[in-house]
Design a protein around this ligand. Structure first.
Ligand code: SF4
Length: 289
């Protein structure tokens, strides 16, 4: 779990000790963590209008100033659990706009973090593909930033394509992809190259988990996305000697440990899998089966 998500969960638990708390939106895309928060009396609402407590919390993904003002106007006492690296992205976009650039955000248009980055802007574009770049109209100055969990290669490629598409325009690029995402993506690529099968653990709606699946699929043809150990199937590992495990930034350690244990049991039980075959963790640490 990255420090941004971990700190946000800790803050929610701390605040909920003093008064009833509602989290605005999905703090994490992980059902087990959400169930644990609900068990501590913490509620989740997608809109301020649905909040029934006096206190509410903005998630690690952050929110726009407009959204926070709207929530406060409803009388909510807001706590911000915005990740410091999401704040860096907000500041980068604000700086690009101040310097006269038309903001282009590389990310998913409907993702909560991208909504937070763009809702305060008068004019902007959100792009995710090369086709999106070709759909842009020319501006004198473009300012490019990205959703923090986008793969850095995609971000660099699209920023470069923008320069090629509009050679007369000035294109300024600020790299806002967070360091935990970069490290995890790099580690996942190395892992995929060493593995016969890769298991990616994370929520069904987790963007960085989907990006890990895409990254691993480039170098490994047998990549499976699971939310818990209950999703694993023994037949996925037939003839596999090395299995790689990686996980999205909001996946709890306990879920990862359960998947790893399931795989170790599977390696010992499958007749066509070498019992001595290793299970390889994301950081390349070998664990004997
Ligand atoms: S993925 Fe990166 S930006 Fe998002 S919460 Fe984690 S550290 Fe912060």
């Amino acid at each position: 779990m990255c420090f941004g998500v971990r700190d946000a969960i800790a803050l929610a638990l701390e605040r909920a000790q003093t008064e009833p708390l509602t989290i605005l939106g999905d703090l994490v895309h992980n059902e087990r963590v959400l169930a644990e928060l609900r068990a501590r009396g913490i509620r989740v609402a997608q809109h301020p209008a649905d909040v029934e407590t006096a206190a509410a919390m903005v998630t690690a993904h952050g929110a726009s100033e407009k959204a926070m003002i709207r929530a406060r106007e409803r009388g909510l006492a807001l706590t911000e659990a915005t990740c410091p690296l999401v704040r860096v992205a907000h500041r980068a976009v604000a700086r690009l706009v101040r310097e006269g650039c038309h903001p282009v955000i590389i990310g998913k248009r409907d993702h909560v973090e991208v909504r937070g980055l763009t809702e305060d802007l008068a004019d902007f574009d959100v792009v995710l593909s090369e086709a999106d770049i070709f759909g842009l109209r020319e501006r004198a100055r473009f300012g490019v930033a990205a959703q923090t969990t986008q793969p850095i290669e995609r971000v660099r490629r699209l920023a470069e394509l923008l320069r090629l598409r509009f050679p007369v325009s000035e294109v300024r690029f600020i790299d806002t992809v967070c360091q935990p995402t970069k490290q995890r993506q790099n580690a996942a690529l190395q892992l995929a190259r060493q593995s016969d099968v890769v298991v990616v653990i994370g929520g069904a709606h987790s963007n960085n988990t989907h990006e890990l699946v895409c990254a691993c699929s480039r170098d490994c043809s047998r990549v499976h996305h699971v939310q818990t150990a209950g999703d694993l199937r023994p037949e996925w590992f037939a003839q596999a000697r090395t299995v790689g495990i990686t996980a999205g930034t909001s996946t709890p350690d306990s879920v990862i440990d359960e998947v790893e244990q399931w795989l170790l049991n599977c390696a010992a039980a499958l007749p066509d899998t070498p019992a001595a075959g290793p299970v390889l963790t994301q950081h390349g640490q070998l664990k004997a089966a």
